[in-house]
Design a protein around this ligand. Structure first.
Ligand code: ZN
Length: 418
């Protein structure tokens, strides 16, 4: 069984035409007309394949190849998302859905039938740029986000998801609970520079790093920059700068830690006035739960130490977001790894730097991911690019990995073989 390369490339082109922007790029913001048109496009292809289509209460789309009476439960699900950020590229999300479609297309055309149901999944609002939170569809699917919370999310124009559900008849009433999914696999572009820089064809993703966001407020007193002696100042800017310097030292002490101070607001932000207030953010990420917690502890100790009478400033902080690292199931990682070797491709075991639906689905299922290289690590931009060969290799690995996973009955934890 092999994929049809031209069909995959044509479909990527076709889907990129939905929401195409003048001057390049694609935009299918969640729960917009373009987003619905993208979902309809996938749905019509699933129907043309004779698959059973189900749409759930938040609009997640599923295409089911059910082996019928003689087959068991314990379905294998694979896919991604078709919503995009504003002015996006054509591969983020779309690749994983079109590859999933291709896998089903190839299997339906063959005379082989899996012992377990196979399901294409396209989850809504992965990007979260118009309506928060991101990964909304997968969060709903695993039961960690209520449909009423989804409906009450509001965009910057004050429009509710519920309004868009009504206007577009977006939501459905189906579920796939009867199929007892136990596995989820997602093909995605890397969105980072690692595979390109080490010349590997495929990322065998072993997990997704966790993250913790803080917002820190430093408060002192404003005064004249020329008349206030240095030792009589309560300079919020000086304290914030010093903290920034100390915080940036943490990654050299905790291996694999990534720390970013991405936003900083100064008040009054004038050349000749001592600032009385600085608010800044800290984004810290680590693939290991204990090391992430250790980094958080070190950050809080630094913040607490800066909140000292000698500095004349108060330092307060709160958490903006926290996501635990996720470790993918070895059964699924092994299937991806075996598929990569079967195809004589070079695989690189790696942690995902970005968040994905697969990390949410790993709360309920054995999950895994396949990455292909991203040129210059660029994504969320019209310049997002992977070569045709890389795209097709990714689809082949997905097909092969699904065949490995489907070759055994549910509950079987055999290691895959050729
Ligand atoms: Zn994505």
């Amino acid at each position: 069984m092999d994929i049809n390369p031209q069909r995959v490339l044509d479909r990527l082109e076709e889907l990129a035409g939905i929401g195409a922007l003048e001057g390049g790029g694609v935009q299918r913001l969640a729960f917009s007309d373009e987003d619905l048109a993208g979902r309809d496009w996938v749905q019509s292809r699933l129907e043309a394949l004779g698959l059973e289509v189900r749409i759930d209460a938040v609009g997640n789309l599923f295409g089911v190849l059910d082996p019928g009476a003689e087959g068991g439960t314990g379905a294998i699900m694979f896919g991604s998302h078709t919503d995009t950020v504003g002015r996006a590229g054509r591969l983020d999300g779309a690749l994983g859905v079109i590859a999933a479609l291709e896998v089903l297309e190839v299997i339906v055309a063959s005379d082989w039938r899996p012992a377990r149901p196979l399901i294409l999944a396209s989850f809504v609002n992965e990007e979260g740029v118009r309506f928060m939170p991101d990964m909304m569809g997968s969060l709903f699917h695993v039961g960690d986000l209520d449909v009423s919370k989804v409906a009450a999310a509001r965009d910057s124009d004050g429009i509710l998801v519920a309004d868009e559900f009504d206007r577009l008849s977006y939501a459905g009433t189906d579920s796939i609970d009867d199929l007892q999914v136990d596995t989820f696999l997602e093909l995605h572009i890397e969105q980072g520079p690692v595979l390109e820089s080490n010349g590997c064809d495929v990322g065998v993703v072993t997990g997704v790093q966790g993250l913790s966001w803080f917002e820190v407020t430093v408060e002192g007193a404003s005064n004249h920059a020329g008349t206030t002696p240095m030792d009589l100042r309560r300079d919020a800017g000086a304290v914030a700068n010093d903290l920034g310097h100390r915080l940036r030292g943490l990654p050299s002490e905790i291996e694999n830690l990534r720390l970013t101070i991405g936003a900083m607001r100064w008040q009054p932000n004038l050349v000749n006035v001592i600032p009385d207030r600085v608010v800044f953010t800290i984004d810290v990420r680590h693939p290991d739960s204990h090391r992430l917690a250790e980094a958080e502890g070190r950050i809080e100790a630094l913040l607490l130490a800066a909140h000292h009478p000698a500095n004349g400033c108060s330092v307060t902080w709160h958490s903006l977001a926290r996501v635990e690292p996720c470790v993918f199931a070895s059964r699924v990682v092994d299937a991806v790894s075996a598929a990569t070797s079967d195809l004589n491709l070079s695989g690189h075991r790696m942690i995902s730097g970005a968040g994905h639906d697969a990390q949410i689905l790993s709360r309920r299922y054995d999950a895994g991911m396949i990455f292909i290289p991203s040129r210059n690590g660029i994504s969320h931009h019209p310049d997002e690019y992977s070569t045709d060969e890389q795209i097709l290799d990714g689809c082949r690995v997905l097909l092969r990995a699904v065949l490995h996973l489907a070759a055994y009955p549910a509950g079987g934890h055999h290691s895959p073989q050729n």
